[in-house]
Ligand binder design. Structure first.
Ligand code: MIC
Ligand code: SF4
Length: 648
């Protein structure tokens, strides 16, 4: 008799190319769709070009422009033109600037229940709200998937989240994921896929599910997934895509390696306080805190449902005089629908400042809050300084909490407002893909246009047999890729130019880092737990590699960043003893010998601290494939070999 399987196991089995479904095994899975966005996409496409294939080999690949849309100089516009032309050339759909945030648009227009999606953005799991196995990765991994190569993951544990009952009025699906962050913390999902199930699921619409799936990234989870059920069918029907629907649910009696139960009716409005998405408490505990900015939008909370609720709360009222309220609708579909049904007018009438459908303030592209001011955002990340203000105080909450706060000028529990608002969503949405440009049947004659800011991808140097590296920086736990390589309006336009962007590596922690790294001629970074959490930006590995960083020595790594380090030939070494972390100091010179042999034979590394005349051992647990990648001088070299020899 066949064992009952959960939904994760079913989708992985359907897409399995090689590997065994056993804990800790590295699997290769087939990728049906890919997604890229402009901030990571230029590198992904430059790398795809370097692979030398005539056309993408996926069922569907979409290139979105949503991060860099300020166009403060020619750089963004040049990137857009490159992305448009390279998409046409290689058979990729191009979602034009203005069409919306990649995850929101993908959910609305392209995601398919039961399929696999690999995206060069950490919030790709948003499409898990629709029953898709959607995973975030570095741009090079996505380039390889576009070329038809598989994606490799170490089989995650499946954490079942059983939802019971129904949310009470004023409690939002954002509160479900904030509750999980409160319980599990930002590392709690590492090595896990979160599968939602249980009788409470049917009361959540697809966009509400997508909010939870989206922010599973903040738990460090590989992805999050909901079943595809009648609610999913309803959503796809409204998007005129019912034919894409299929029922995808766990078998009766399916088991989960770990399980958490959330009685939805017991949840209350929650808020993540500065400076981490897991610093969660009930809104009532911080209610009354003075707020100067409220920002509504981002790929977490900018659906039609969210903005309709915000508009209903704001209707006929005025935003508090001390508050600047900004709204970024998730997609052109959302923006057009709220502009036709009057909800946009309600927001404008109340004093909201409406921005285009893009990531905007979420990635520090404008709307930095005033010094030291509290900003309440419906976003997913409140890492220090990400908003663009060094001493920011960013809180994360639901659209309902945000709207109530915008009116009161203080953090407000929406239950203190009068009657709960009710919104009715239409049966049909505006399904109009005119801002998505389909590629021609044959793109061979399309000229790919590159601007002067688009520089070739640097190639990882060969891995020597002995490495001497100076400790350039020692940092603590939960260092994010926003610390390693910040984004924002000044730095984001340099994403296609590694020499230029590398000057900003660790600039928020130590502005001398880049110069010291260049002088050191071989550097190392020492980190704590969960090193590299947050975004998928491979620039946080590529730029350090360009500056000569040879290895990172950390207590543990976040999944995507670890993979990016390996892809660009930087060794992710691990402390074996806590005291070794304590002993190491900035400027210590470390020496590793027999590097290639240690990697080949899967051995630990003996590191000699030349300054302190001490020895220590470091772990280097790589899968057989990861060893090959590192020894080949990075994934680009490795993939060229395997894709060309037909070994997929
Ligand atoms: C983010 O939210 O930090 C980003 C910007 O979307 C990143 C991608 C990037 O750095 O371009 C992400 O989450 O992967
Ligand atoms: Fe864009 Fe923010 Fe979502 Fe990242 S988290 S994709 S920056 S909206």
């Amino acid at each position: 008799m066949k064992m009952s399987r959960n939904l994760t196991q079913k989708i992985i089995e359907e897409h399995l190319i090689s590997g065994r479904l056993e804990a800790g095994e590295e699997l290769a899975i087939r990728i049906d769709q890919t997604l890229t966005q402009d901030a990571t996409g230029t590198m992904a496409f430059l790398q795809f070009e370097a692979l030398g294939l005539p056309r993408v080999a996926t069922d569907l690949s979409v290139s979105y422009v949503d991060h860099n849309t300020l166009q403060t100089g020619f750089e963004n516009a040049d990137d857009h033109r490159y992305l448009r032309t390279v998409a046409a050339r290689f058979g990729v759909y191009y979602s034009r600037p203005g069409n919306g945030i990649c995850h929101q648009v993908h959910l609305e227009r392209f995601a398919v229940p039961g399929g696999t999606l690999l995206g060069s953005d950490s919030h790709t799991p948003t499409s898990g709200g629709l029953g898709m196995m959607a995973i975030g990765a570095g741009g090079l991994d996505v380039a390889v998937a576009m070329a038809g190569g598989p994606y490799h993951i170490t089989l995650p544990r499946v954490l079942g989240v059983r939802l019971l009952g129904k949310l009470r009025p004023w409690v939002s699906s954002k509160d479900i994921i904030l509750e999980l962050l409160r319980q599990l913390k930002v590392k709690g999902g590492a090595g896990r896929i979160i599968e939602y199930h249980g009788p409470g699921v049917k009361y959540l619409s697809v966009p509400e599910r997508a909010t939870c799936a989206n922010m599973g990234a903040e738990l460090g989870a590989t992805t999050s997934i909901f079943p595809s059920d009648e609610k999913t069918r309803e959503f796809l029907r409204a998007q005129e895509r019912e034919s894409a629907w299929r029922m995808c649910v766990a078998d009766a009696g399916a088991r989960y390696e770990e399980e958490i139960t959330i009685p939805l009716s017991e949840l209350e409005p929650l808020i993540a306080c500065p400076h981490s998405p897991d610093n969660v408490c009930p809104v009532r505990e911080v209610a009354g805190t003075k707020v100067e900015q409220v920002a509504i939008g981002s790929c977490t909370n900018s659906s039609l449902r969210d903005l309709m609720r915000v508009a209903s709360i704001l209707r006929g009222k005025t935003v508090h005089p001390d508050v600047s309220l900004v709204v970024t609708p998730g997609s052109r579909q959302v923006l057009e629908m709220i502009s036709r049904n009057g909800a946009l007018a309600d927001m404008i009438g109340a004093g909201a400042r409406i921005l285009e459908s893009a990531c905007g303030p979420c990635i520090g592209m404008g709307q930095a809050p005033a010094s030291g001011a509290a900003s309440v955002r419906t976003f997913n990340r409140n890492f220090p300084g990400r908003s663009g203000t060094p001493d920011d105080r960013v809180y994360l909450a639901s659209p309902e909490v945000a709207a109530a706060t915008a009116l009161a000028g203080r953090i407000t529990d929406p239950r203190d407002l009068a009657e709960p608002v009710r919104v009715r969503l239409p049966k049909r949405f505006l399904a109009d893909d005119r801002l998505v440009i389909a590629p021609p049947e044959n793109g061979d004659s399309v000229e790919v246009i590159r601007g002067p800011n688009i520089k070739p991808v640097p190639i990882a140097p060969d891995l020597p047999d002995s490495i001497r590296a100076r400790v350039l920086l020692k940092v603590g736990d939960n260092i994010t890729t926003d610390h390693i390589l910040p984004a924002g309006a000044k730095i984001l336009p340099l994403r296609s130019n590694i020499p230029a962007i590398s000057k900003f590596v660790f600039s928020r922690i130590d502005p001398t880092f880049a110069d010291r790294a260049r002088e050191a001629d071989g550097g190392a970074v020492v980190g704590g737990e969960n090193y590299g959490q947050g975004s998928s930006r491979e620039h946080a590995a590529l730029a350090p590699m360009f500056l000569g960083v040879r290895f990172v020595l950390a207590k543990s790594y976040s999944r995507i960043h670890r993979a990016n380090l390996i892809n660009f030939g930087i060794l992710p070494l691990a402390f074996l003893q806590r005291s070794d972390y304590d002993d190491l100091e900035q400027d210590d010179m470390l020496e590793a010998r027999d590097v290639r042999r240690n990697i080949l034979e899967g051995r630990e590394f003996a590191l000699r601290n030349l300054n302190q005349s001490k020895d220590m051992m470091a772990g280097c647990s790589l899968s057989p494939r990861e060893r090959e990648v590192i020894l080949a001088g990075g994934l680009l070299n490795h993939a060229r070999g395997t894709l060309c020899s037909g070994e997929r």
